[in-house]
Design a binder for this molecule. Structure first.
Ligand code: ATP
Ligand code: MG
Length: 468
């Protein structure tokens, strides 16, 4: 079977109309038809995941048609369902359409009509697939909710976000610092039906332990000295939306127990409150530490860890997806170039190679900061290896160090030396030497010393150096 072959599944307990309809569909539409007599067989074929259109006949044994229909909508939502309804039965017709059917086929069968309706459903299915593919292409080139990347690892992350967005299960996002954990948490929220409600981030590491509880759960008036009013906590503020618990590895054990309760019972008790308050909140947690190791070391509750990591999502470090580096550089140059007259022109191939092979311990955040700095410093130019800060350009020949001398002229006696004065003097000497080598040309001298020309001029002025 080719990949493009479209599959129609027909569940019809009566053999004669089943065979007739299946035959007509095979003959008149470009598709594969599986014709079965019972819902059990249909469920097995559906499980293979390739069915496009499902026709549900009447008087099914065991299952009635509506429960099968509902089962398909829940578990195979991409399948377009065509239930068979008695001709003229308005009530049932409305019922199946309300239940989410794409359309319906009349009983007793008018085979020509049945073929036309099925062909339409397949046409619609093709359009949907086409649109999805187009969406995926756009997604690759423009970034997914601002997440840039087209490496296979990032494609996997995009697919996971797509799949997980509307699920209630807790997601644990792991990854080194700067890999985009918060960005992914926001994308999960924005891509879900919760997007109209709040996305509430809270950094467990940044809030002092004794405040975190009341920040999270809120408090009742009089719960403690100073609690003059009832205050809503982050969890309640996120009701209907998403609570993002950043740096969850830093949460203290007593709060870990309370959080477990929120996840298990979907209720919480405000500080000073007695009654549990129900809450519909999707929890996303993130950490840059190895939570499993924290569990092993007894610092993080094992039960909470398992609850949180129902769906783990691990972001790859940048060095493991080098192919994304040029794309990220490009996008950030575009972003930081906005509204500037002196725009950065890009990178030479040598500079790109250096940046691709750099290990990026700070991941995307480090890359973003570097581009921002380069745009400010070198607007209007193309970045070559010599414009990159030394650590990004190991291939750059090491600068000759004039400090290869022995410090024979500097005598450190029992009373020590005036460190600052010696350094100043050394600076003076270096500047004068460079100027001597360049016959007083300050621009060239600055280049020799790898200083900005203005920095050199300021130093000369400040030091009152006599250049004659
Ligand atoms: N794939 C990406 N595409 C575009 N920008 C990204 C990407 N990943 C990260 N960034 C940017 O890098 C910066 C850091 O991202 P974020 O705060 O999501 O990282 P993090 O994993 O939460 O880091 P930390 O562990 O330090 O909190 C942000 O400015 C974010 O916009
Ligand atoms: Mg973060």
């Amino acid at each position: 079977m080719t990949e493009k072959m479209r599959i129609v599944l027909l569940v019809e307990p009566s053999a004669a109309p089943r065979e007739e309809l299946a035959g007509r569909l095979r003959k008149e539409i470009d598709c594969v038809v599986h014709a079965v007599g019972s819902p059990g067989e249909a469920v097995e074929i559906l499980a293979e995941g390739a069915v496009c259109v499902l026709i549900i006949g009447r008087d099914l044994p065991l299952y009635k048609s509506l429960p099968l229909h509902q089962f398909v909508l829940c578990h195979h939502s991409q399948v377009l369902v065509l239930p068979v309804v008695p001709l003229g039965d308005q009530e049932e017709m409305v019922q199946v359409l309300r239940a989410g059917a794409f359309s319906y086929i009349n009983a007793p069968y008018n085979f020509t009509e049945a073929v036309i309706v099925t062909a339409r459903a397949l046409y619609f299915y093709d359009l949907l697939i086409h649109q999805e593919k187009r969406g995926a292409k756009v997604r690759k080139s423009e970034g997914f909710y601002g997440i840039i990347g087209k490496s296979p690892q990032m494609e996997e992350i995009f697919d996971l976000i797509d799949k997980l967005a509307n699920d209630i299960s807790t997601v644990l996002i792991q990854g080194e610092s700067g890999t985009g954990k918060e960005l992914v948490a926001r994308a999960l929220h924005a891509h879900s039906h919760r997007r109209l409600k709040n996305f509430v981030p809270i950094n467990c590491a940044a809030i002092p332990e004794d405040l975190l509880e009341s920040e999270l759960f809120g408090y009742r008036k009089g719960a403690f000295t100073g609690a003059l009013l009832t205050k809503i906590g982050h969890i309640q503020y996120a009701d209907g939306g998403t609570l993002f618990l950043d740096e969850i590895g830093d949460m203290q054990p007593n709060l870990q127990a309370k959080l477990l309760r929120v996840i298990q019972d979907r209720t919480f008790v405000p500080v000073g409150g007695l009654e549990p308050v129900p809450v519909d909140v999707r929890i996303i947690a993130a950490t840059h530490c190895d939570l499993e190791a924290e569990v092993a070391a007894g610092r993080f509750r094992e039960d909470l860890y398992y609850r949180l990591s129902v769906i783990p999502l691990t972001l790859p470090p940048l060095r493991e997806r080098q192919g994304d580096i040029p794309l990220l550089l490009d996008k950030f140059v575009q972003i930081f170039n906005r509204n500037r007259t002196a725009r950065l022109q890009g990178f030479t191939p040598e500079a790109l190679t250096s940046l691709r092979t750099y290990l990026w311990p700070g991941n995307v955040r480090e890359l973003e900061n570097l581009v921002q700095r380069l745009v400010v410093l070198y607007g209007g130019r193309t970045i070559g290896v010599s414009e990159l800060p030394a650590k990004y350009a190991p291939s750059r020949p090491a600068l000759a160090s004039p400090l290869d001398f022995t410090l024979t002229d500097v005598h450190i006696g029992p009373d020590g030396i005036d460190f600052d004065a010696v350094i100043h003097e050394l600076e003076d000497k270096l500047i004068l030497k460079a100027l001597q080598l360049t016959s007083g040309n300050k621009k060239d001298a600055a280049r020799l010393l790898h200083l900005n020309r203005t920095t050199l001029l300021e130093k000369i002025k400040k030091k009152g150096l006599n250049l004659k």
